[in-house]
Design a protein around this ligand. Structure first.
Ligand code: PHB
Length: 379
């Protein structure tokens, strides 16, 4: 996305992607776009398929105590919505746009090290069996939680804030029509579960499990039985099952590294921050970083102004911490914690009762879910 937006402003970039094109275009990841993320795709000319195939949702359901409660985003946020469109589809659209514009993307190019971050940055990378060096004005470290960029910041400068949760998500992709038109987040005595989707024929479902859960112990039948139990309502709602196409376990953590800039290197997305998936924010927060960096680089190349670049980390972190707060809150509200006593359990239920009965609290959830506003346009 950064490479695409920079190209639209006449700024050249080279993308080093450690995986193959096939891998990144198929790997199942997130699926919910904030309104601002979908708008940015559309405004920047990569939203045609999203507009055809994306599913626009105007609310979600919170389910607990055997009953569902709708949070009406459109009503609470002045007409805003979210779009269900898989992250790997976003990637396909962006790769196609870069390829059509003659953009440089090296696949299976593994960055090994970064150098001279204060003067003339260089990236050493391996590609096709050879080690090569890329000289650049700036490095955008979009290399994920396990990438090399964050750790190139000297340890005496880098600060880490972290929370690891005592549970994980077991996620499945199933060939069955979604049992609801909107996402359902369920709090149950046996743990959290979530019904999501990828298309009118494909469901995506998750259930809370132990972090060291062995996926081999989860037969398809056991997964469906557990999902059905957690999602059951008092009025007999039934979860339809179908063939499971894929299953996996996602650990849950909150993580922030600061500063998000060191010299002429900038960290974006998971390289700088991880959110637990409960608020569906990971991709959206990465795109928010992209907006800030695009704007800052534009100011630099157009006007020689460095203030955007100088404030990049502070600007991004203001949003990062608000989104961390929201993701932590959703996660805490909707999961069963190990050894949860009756006091904590009752607080969970009271919180859910409050969110679904107070317009003020429902609005707080809705405005975060559809995406907090941006201070500035991206260009
Ligand atoms: C998903 O569809 O993968 C999904 C949806 C909502 C979440 C997390 C994941 O909160």
């Amino acid at each position: 996305m950064l490479s695409h937006l920079l190209h639209l402003q006449g700024i050249e970039s080279v993308v080093l992607e450690s995986r193959s094109q096939e891998y990144i275009e198929q790997r199942v990841r997130a699926g919910v776009l904030e309104e601002g993320t979908a708008d940015l795709m559309i405004e920047s000319g990569v939203g045609a398929r999203l507009q055809r195939e994306g599913l626009i949702h105007h609310g979600i359901e919170l389910r607990f105590g055997g009953a569902g409660h709708r949070i009406d985003f459109a009503d609470l946020t002045g007409g805003k919505s979210i779009t269900v469109y898989a992250q790997h589809e976003v990637i396909k659209d962006l790769v196609a746009a870069r390829a059509a514009a003659g953009g440089k993307i090296f696949f299976e190019a593994e960055a090994v090290s970064v150098h001279d971050l204060d003067t003339q940055p260089k990236i050493r990378f391996q590609h096709g069996g050879a080690t090569e060096t890329l000289d650049c004005d700036f490095i955008a470290g979009c290399d994920g939680f396990h990438g090399i960029c964050r750790n190139a910041i000297p340890p005496e400068v880098l600060r880490i804030h972290e929370r690891v949760y005592p549970f994980a998500w077991l996620g499945i992709l199933a060939k069955v029509k979604p049992a609801s038109d909107e996402l359902i987040y369920t709090y149950h005595d046996r743990g959290f579960s979530l019904l999501s989707m990828r298309s009118p024929e494909i469901s995506r479902l998750y259930l809370q499990c132990d972090p060291d859960e062995n996926i081999a112990e989860w037969s398809d039948d056991r997964i469906w039985t557990e999902l059905r139990t957690r999602m059951a309502t008092r009025d007999g709602w039934m979860l339809a099952d179908g063939p499971i196409l894929q299953k996996g376990i996602t650990p849950m953590r909150s993580f922030v590294a600061e500063p998000m800039r060191h010299g002429k290197m900038f960290l974006l997305g998971d390289a700088a921050h991880i959110v637990p998936p409960t608020g569906a924010k990971g991709l959206n927060l990465a795109v928010a970083d992209v907006r800030v960096l695009t704007r800052s680089l534009l100011d630099f190349y157009r006007h020689g102004a460095t203030s955007g670049l100088d404030h990049y980390s502070d600007t991004c972190l203001r949003r990062v911490w608000k989104v961390q707060r929201f993701s932590w809150w959703m996660t805490s509200m909707l999961h069963r914690f190990p050894n949860e006593d009756s006091f904590q359990h009752q607080l969970h239920l009271a919180e859910l009762d409050y969110v679904t009965s107070s317009r003020a609290q429902a609005t707080a959830l809705a405005e975060n879910y559809v995406g907090l506003p941006f201070d500035e346009p991206y260009s």
